[in-house]
Structure formats: C-alpha cells, structure tokens
Design a protein around this ligand. Structure first.
Ligand code: PRP
Length: 211
C-alpha cells in the first residue's frame, strides 16, 4: 500500500488534476468530505488529508510514503530524512514582507531599526532579516497574519502572497519578496527502499506529467 499525504486548499485543487492524469481517482471528494483517509481506484494507493504544515511530519515518520508540500512549509520543517525529488510547479506564490501603507519600511531598514514581525514562517523571517543585519522580534501566528499590523501588534508580516487580494482587502502592501514558493513531491527515505518497486514508477510518472 502506498499512502499519499495531501492538504486541503490551495495545493489540493492543483494536485487532483495531476493525480487524475496518473489515472488515480478518488472514490469520494475529499474537499467536501470530513473523512481523513480516502481509497482510490488503485487498490494499492490511498490518500490521507492532513494540515499543510503536518505533511512533512507524516512523511518523515512513515505515516505516509509520499506527500505534496509547499516550499514554505518545507523550509520551516526541522525534520530530516525527506527525499524531495520533484518540484511540481503547483501552488505557486511568493513569500513576502508586507505592512500597512503608512509604515516607512525603507527608513527602518536604512536605520537598521528593530522590527516586530508577525508570521507563520519564523525560520524564513529570521534568516531573511539576519542577512540584512536587522534584529527582529518574531510573533508566531498560525493564520490571518494580515491582522497583526492592523491592530498594532507588529510592524510587518511575513506571509504568502498569491493574487494579492488579501493584502489589498486589508489595506496592506507587499514590500519585499523573500522567496518564490511552489510545491514539491516528498518521499519517505525508508519507503523508497522498502517499496521501491511501487514507488519508483509512481515518481517517474509524476515527473512525466509535470514536464
Ligand atoms: C494565504 C496567505 C494569505 C493568502 C494570500 O492564506 O496566508 O492570507 O493566502 O492569498 P492572496 O494573495 O491570493 O489573497 P491561506 O488561504 O493559505 O490560509 P492561512 O491564513 O491559513 O495561511
């Protein structure tokens, strides 16, 4: 049995067409179901639905043999033992620094002022500002980062920007790009050895479809 870990939302809607091209179809629609394990038309392949940030953990600990996770999540992940063979080119967006329109970010950077940064991505934020020689206080959040500068809790946020609509709706502007994000196929190292006969063709097919 091959278990594939996926998360609902942005990445999921772009993953299903890829799975379908690999002739993998789900018997039920995971988007509308509250189930967490889904059989597919392939007897030896099942899907599990987990939180986006938990996908690497499930794959690292063997709860899933493979998964699809964004670079944002993978960069924050502290674990080891993940084989990341393919950039699927899906879930594309950018990790950005953003703030209220009135916030003078340029002056802060020039004067190397200490910044309060609200984010779900502390590693990426720390690394980015450390490279600029800026000291930061990280306020770790799990969602709705846009709220932090509005209520005066942080100077800036570090968050994903896709269409830019969320920033716009909250009167924030993107100031600087930290990185381009897309999603990768990730594989459990032990599975790769033990289930090689099943996994190798699957990985090759992913690679073909993506190309
Ligand atoms: C992400 C991100 C922004 C939004 C950006 O949130 O955190 O809030 O998408 O997209 P946009 O530029 O197209 O408006 P997501 O929906 O992944 O949920 P989250 O708040 O749990 O991170």
């Amino acid at each position: 049995m091959i278990t594939i870990a996926l998360s609902k939302g942005r990445i999921f809607t772009e993953t299903m067409p890829i799975l379908n091209q690999l002739d993998i179809f789900c018997k039920e629609d995971p988007e509308t179901s509250r189930k967490l394990v889904f059989e597919t038309n392939k007897k030896n392949i099942r899907l599990i639905i987990v939180r986006a940030s938990d996908v690497p953990t499930y794959v690292e600990w063997g709860g899933a043999d493979m998964g699809i996770a964004g670079r944002d999540v993978l960069d924050e992940f502290q674990g080891e033992g993940l084989f990341q063979p393919i950039d699927l080119g899906i879930g594309k967006c950018q990790l950005m620094v953003a703030a209220k329109k009135v916030f003078d970010y340029e002056a802060c950077i020039k004067q190397k002022r200490r910044l309060r940064v609200a984010t779900k991505y502390p590693q990426a934020a720390r690394e980015f500002f450390a490279n600029k020689g800026i000291h930061i206080d990280v306020i770790k959040l799990y969602g709705s980062m846009e709220l932090a500068p509005i209520v005066g809790m942080s100077d800036v946020i570090v968050d994903l920007v896709s269409s830019g609509k969320t920033l716009e709706a909250n009167n924030l502007i993107a100031l600087e790009k930290i990185s381009d994000i897309s999603s990768r196929l990730i594989i459990n190292q032990a599975s790769l050895k033990i289930k090689r006969a099943q996994l190798k063709p699957l990985i090759e097919n992913f690679s073909k479809v993506v190309k």
